[in-house]
Design a protein around this ligand. Structure first.
Ligand code: OAD
Length: 253
């Protein structure tokens, strides 16, 4: 294990393909609470209690209000230097690799995120695999139609209803639900192709997302962790950079 920013910077420069897995920690410096951090609780509910189909079935209004609270925070937040550095890394590595299987990802950089906040998009990242969906999109629990949250009239009873009459829910993945298959497939493919796999701002506690690091490692990728706290992946990582991603990621460029 190594904590040299300079060596990781060289490895990133030389790598024909990079994948990055991000979690809530990359948005912490934007003022968005992480799930397992000190401000992760809302009205004393843990995310595991609220982000489930059961919670929505029992108390859809409560779950909808939790997402509204989060959307309110995120709407006022700005992408931080960590998000911007990831977008810049993508620009620099674009076109660097030509995947042998010819899949549509033609860049040498793949961003895989567990975040639903949209801050990577706002920082300019293009090629984003959103494993857990997007909190700015809502989906009908009946007909499956999706639309932007901003276009849903929010007066009256919550959750709002679709034109078909059924409740709308955020288009995110809840505990116990499968990840979107196509996105997951592309994430596995990019992880297997990576020469360096970055794990940024995630507790690496939630599977299958955290398993992508293992997919990458088994395929011969080197692993780098960026996190102010220890993670379960540190012991198998090639680099562990301890600190906030908003400070460390710009230094990797
Ligand atoms: P967590 O809240 O579990 O972990 C946040 C991680 O960010 C921790 O490891 C912190 O040490 C780290 N962190 C805090 N501040 C940081 C900073 N400034 N820079 C870098 N890292 C920092 O969030 P996730 O790992 O994203 O899933 O959680 C995974 C999933 O569990 C989420 O996508 C969500 C959640 O419940 C679903 O809702 C399905």
């Amino acid at each position: 294990m190594n904590n040299s920013i300079a060596e990781l910077r060289d490895a990133l420069r030389q790598a024909s393909s990079i994948a990055a897995l991000t979690g809530a920690g990359i948005s912490a410096e934007s003022g968005v609470p992480t799930f397992r951090g000190p401000n992760g609780l809302w009205r004393n509910y843990s995310p595991e209690k609220l982000a489930t189909p059961q919670a929505f079935a029992e108390n859809p209004r409560l779950v909808w209000e939790w997402y509204d609270w989060r959307r309110g925070i995120i709407r006022k937040a700005q992408p931080n230097a960590g998000h911007v550095a990831i977008a810049e890394l993508e620009r620099r590595k674009s076109g660097a690799a030509d995947p042998p299987d010819g899949l549509p990802d033609h860049s040498g950089f793949t961003l895989i995120t567990q975040n639903v906040d949209g801050l990577h998009d706002r920082a300019g990242s293009q090629n984003i695999l959103k494993l857990h969906g997007d909190l700015w999109i809502v989906q009908c629990t009946g007909c499956g139609a999706t639309e932007l949250n901003e276009e849903v009239p929010l007066q009256g009873d919550l959750p709002p209803r679709c034109r078909c009459g059924a409740w709308l829910r955020p288009a995110v993945v809840w505990f116990g639900e499968p990840l979107p298959a196509e996105v997951w497939g592309r994430a596995v493919e990019a992880s297997g192709r990576a020469k360096v796999f970055l794990v940024i701002g995630t507790s690496a506690a939630v599977y299958p997302a955290a398993g992508l690091a293992e997919v990458a490692r088994r395929a011969g990728s080197r692993l780098a962790i960026v996190n102010p706290e220890p993670t379960p992946l540190d012991q198998v990582a090639d680099w562990v950079l301890r600190g906030p991603s908003g400070e460390l990621l710009p230094r990797l460029l």
